[in-house]
Design a protein around this ligand. Structure first.
Ligand SMILES: *Cc1c(COP(=O)(O)O)cnc(C)c1O
Length: 404
């Protein structure tokens, strides 16, 4: 039995089957490339679901982490530490907001946004006790906690985990009328992904985010943008909402905020919103820890130069052009924004999973979303010729699968 097979067998036997990984066991990585236990190299076109926007082993991020590891890693929030102030101020400045609240995982930051919106609703907007509602979208993905799966429309994520948290109204994504119809005097927030990642990199129609912004302002409702996957350079901007020049009331960030090293998440908002949080009302033992803040500071510095945003925009055009060449040759539709692509495969040829397995054999790591859609999101450090390689392998995989 090969090392790969042994490690996969043991993983499957001794861990819960909450994932269905592709059959590759990775042991090393550098930039946009990973190496498996048998020494085979693969181009990483998933980048940890956009957690690795700045590349595997990014020197600036690793240097910050290494230096911090030797000095101070954890204090809890019972005390201040010397990395906290600059991380919070830097991230707040990056978002243009007054303040941030750091947590660890994306789901925790979404939970934070929900709590803040509800408390703001009761204390600032004047909603009657326990009557607040939050408008969310069909096909959303915001994480895996019991409250968050309560408003998931994906049966696999949602079913059998009830009783469910009330207070959410699910409407169609991409049409502002649906939100207008759902808003009432108890609505405290609209929570959405500016681009729906897990749903297949679904980009809403032009003008949608602007209309959502207007509706929220007119009705004194908070606009909360979950930028956990779409944010921090991926789409060619710091935040995906910038493509429409829209400013939400609250940003939710995660994934790439931890530089691919450690979970770091946060919400950012102005003090009239985040000010409702008082000592004891919310927190996390690890949220805002010194190591996380040191890594987060490096990420904020990197984003401050605009270099990665510019690179994602430029390489995104290259990827888009390459993928468009496959339309009609196994590919039905291509959606890209920056270096982020949703590719709908002709379902009569193959499932997304089959395409990803065929890509794996050809040295490309990618992940299917739903049905016959695959998502491509390589680290932004990826070389232009690597993108050509990925497109060529996809063409070859589709040719083989069509011939079955
Ligand atoms: C990944 C993701 C989350 C959840 O983040 P975790 O760190 O996995 O908890 C929430 N929202 C969006 C849009 C995501 O992509």
């Amino acid at each position: 039995m090969s090392t790969t097979d042994k490690l996969i067998e043991l993983s499957e036997r001794r861990s819960a089957h909450n994932y269905h990984p592709l059959p590759v066991v990775i042991s090393q990585a550098d930039g946009a490339w990973v190496t498996d236990v048998d020494g085979r190299r693969y181009l990483d076109c998933l980048a940890g679901y956009s957690s690795l926007n700045f590349g595997h082993g990014n020197e600036k991020i690793l240097a910050a982490a290494r230096a911090q590891l030797d000095r101070l890693t954890l204090t809890s929030r019972a005390f201040y530490h010397d990395q906290f102030a600059d991380f919070c101020a830097g991230l707040a400045d990056l978002t243009g907001k007054d303040m941030v609240l750091p947590m660890n995982t994306g789901a925790e930051a979404v939970e934070t946004a929900i709590k803040v919106a509800r408390k703001w609703g009761y204390q600032v907007k004047g909603v009657a006790p326990d009557q607040a509602n939050i408008i969310v979208m069909e096909d959303n993905f915001h994480g895996r906690t019991t409250t968050i799966v309560s408003f998931s429309t994906d049966p696999v994520a949602h079913d059998h985990f009830g009783p469910y948290t009330p207070g959410f109204r699910i409407v169609k994504y991409g049409t502002a009328e649906a939100i207008r119809d759902a808003i009432d005097e108890n609505t405290v927030a609209v929570l959405l992904e500016p681009i729906q990642g897990e749903a297949g990199v679904l980009i809403p129609p032009d003008g949608y985010l602007t209309q959502v912004r207007e509706l929220c302002t007119e009705n004194n409702v908070l606009f909360i943008a979950d930028e956990i996957q779409s944010g921090l350079g991926r789409t060619g901007k710091t935040f995906a909402v910038e493509h429409e020049g829209v400013v939400p009331d609250m940003y939710i960030m995660g994934k790439a905020l931890g530089g691919g090293v450690i979970p770091v998440s946060a919400v950012a908002a102005n003090s009239d919103v985040l000010g409702v949080i008082k000592p004891g009302t919310h927190g996390s033992t690890f949220g805002g820890n010194p190591l996380a803040c040191a890594v987060g500071r490096a990420v904020v510095d990197i984003l401050g130069t605009g270099e990665f945003q510019e690179r994602a925009a430029r390489l995104g055009e290259v990827l888009h052009a390459g993928l468009l060449g496959l339309v009609g040759q196994g590919v039905v539709t291509v959606r890209t924004r920056g270096l982020w692509a949703g590719v709908d495969i002709d379902p009569s040829i193959a499932t997304g999973r089959e395409v990803c397995e065929a890509l794996l054999k050809r040295g490309v790591l990618a992940k299917d979303t739903h049905g016959s859609t695959i998502r491509l999101a390589p680290p932004i450090v990826v070389a232009e010729e690597d993108l050509a390689f990925a497109v060529a392998q996809l063409a070859d995989a589709l040719k083989e699968l069509s011939a079955r």
